[in-house]
Design a protein around this ligand. Structure first.
Ligand code: ATP
Ligand code: MG
Length: 481
């Protein structure tokens, strides 16, 4: 076997090997790092297993690497980490683990390398490279991980029911690796995930969310979500997505399967963007459909207001999944609420006013919204696809034109509520709000340009209709009036 460590890591491995020899500890590079050497993927963490104290070895290595190395010791876990110039090196003594049924926390004892490999999740993660001088580069592969790597297979080293029952997070890890690497899950392993799916209840939502984020960021994320569905994990974790499945037929008319449509939209989007929350927006964009579905004998199936219903469903999902509730939630809500708007635009005539309103509501997320809408075109009819894309192209060029002209994206009318109150000597209240909206609408509808003087005059006229007179000219802007 030809062993390839990148140059920087090669130097680090050399030092680990020297220290291991000094301490007379049998030592290996293991796990994801070795897997990724064979898959020719770059990895930044190195996992080291030694037969003996991982902490002791880490201390020596940190000492040898010098002042740029930062050592952290986790006594309770018997592990240590050395951070050195952007590389994280994890040290652990070879261990044997046994589990009790109600927890992911194992009982840990010292063990042999073989014990240590057995406790790992998948054969592709059980490869070890010996780094002591006399055996440097020797590959240890008791579970045929290399063969599974060649066959593109995810398979557990032990009885899969034991592996998944011990630590159910591994079910998500299996799907994550399948999705990320384009591997298949070995049939027995797959069946065991189906059998053990309910065990996922003992895993924290944060850890599941972490795996879901990795799945959704994979090059073809539908692979992962289809597997989550087929194993039954989707129904347990994200039932709102599982509810998109199926086709109902009435009077001989069926609607499209919204789950397969969603999968296509997500894959389309994955081709154009790596943004995590934009991908989540693609996955969730139609979750309002099952609740808004109606059959009308004249028009067939409709999903009116599904974008609004979907937007309203999000908060509960984010809360349950321990997703971030601040800006990220708002961003996904906004994209879901607006995802039908550009399509509606391209149906009618695309007026400046409609474009201004879209720009105003989408703000700086307008480009992401357009990516989502383009990904949402999944029609099998090439004529229709061509027409949609041409319309979107027109919408995009109009967006650009209006944005350059009116700067609506981060829109602030040139006269604000406080100024209105001063001008007409008004207390805060309904009338101020009405005047503010009148100004905003007038600008967005193109009745007045987005400039101070024009807006001032418009405001005086509008206020006049309500019987109000200017009491004080706006002190902040008198110079320009
Ligand atoms: P990545 O770092 O890309 O997320 P990885 O496989 O390196 O993937 P880590 O979490 O870094 O994953 O773990 C390193 C190694 O530890 C794995 O390759 C695997 O051998 C083992 N491992 C990690 N998590 C588990 C688990 N839940 N059950 C069993 N073994 C695990
Ligand atoms: Mg890793």
């Amino acid at each position: 076997m030809e062993l390839y460590f990148d140059k920087r890591h090669g130097k680090i491995v050399e030092i680990i090997a020297e220290e291991a020899d000094k301490l007379q500890m049998e030592t290996y590079i293991i796990g994801g790092y070795v897997r990724d050497i064979f898959l020719r993927r770059a990895s930044k963490d190195i996992d080291v297993v030694c037969v003996g104290s991982g902490i002791r070895l880490a201390q020596s290595v940190a000492g040898q690497l010098g002042t740029q190395a930062a050592l952290s010791v986790f006594k309770n876990f018997g592990t240590a980490q050395v951070k050195y110039k952007g590389t994280e090196i994890e040290f652990v003594g070879a261990r044997k683990e046994s589990y009790n049924r109600n927890s992911r926390k194992p009982i840990v004892e010292n063990g042999t390398l073989e014990d240590d490999l057995k406790r790992r999740d998948f054969t592709i993660n059980t490869l070890a490279i010996h780094i002591n001088k006399e055996n440097f580069g020797e590959l240890i592969d008791p579970f045929n991980g290399l063969q599974d790597m060649n066959d593109l297979l995810i398979r557990t080293p032990l009885d899969p029911d034991i592996t998944f029952c011990d630590d159910p997070l591994r079910m998500f890890r299996a799907i994550r690796f399948a999705s990320l690497l384009g591997f298949s899950i070995y049939p027995e392993t797959f069946e065991a995930i189906r059998r053990n799916k309910n065990r996922i209840e003992i895993i924290s939502k944060e850890r599941i969310a972490d795996e879901l984020n990795k799945i959704i960021l994979s090059p073809c994320p539908s692979v992962g979500f289809e597997l989550l569905d087929k194993t039954g994990l989707l129904e347990i974790t994200l039932p709102e997505l599982a509810a998109l499945k199926g086709v109902e037929t009435k009077e001989g008319v069926g609607h499209k399967d919204n789950f397969s449509h969603t999968m296509k939209v997500l894959d389309n989007l994955a081709q154009t963007s790596d943004k995590l929350w934009l991908r989540w927006a693609a996955l969730f964009h139609d979750i309002g459909k099952p609740r808004s579905k109606r059959f009308d004998p004249k028009t067939g199936w409709t999903f009116h207001t599904h974008e609004y219903i979907g937007m309203k469903m999000l908060k509960e999902i984010f809360r349950r999944m321990k997703f971030p509730l601040g800006d990220k939630l708002k961003y996904v809500e906004k994209l879901i609420l607006l995802h039908m708007r550009p399509i509606a635009l391209s149906d009618d005539e695309i007026t400046d006013s409609a474009i201004r309103r879209l720009l105003f509501e989408a703000g700086s997320d307008i480009d992401d919204l357009m990516l989502l809408c383009e990904a949402d075109i999944t029609s099998k009819n090439p004529g229709k696809v061509r027409q949609f894309l041409a319309n979107f192209k027109l919408v995009r060029s109009k967006l650009k034109e209006i944005e350059e002209k009116d700067r609506i994206r981060n829109f602030q009318p040139p006269v604000d509520g406080l100024q209105i109150m001063n001008m007409f000597n008004l207390p805060p209240g309904k009338i101020v709000g009405e005047l503010k909206s009148a100004v905003k609408d007038a600008i967005l509808d193109g009745i007045v340009p987005n400039e101070y003087k024009a807006v001032y005059d418009f405001l005086v006229e509008k206020a006049g209709e309500k019987g109000l007179e200017v009491v004080s000219r706006d002190p902040q802007n008198t110079a320009t009036v």
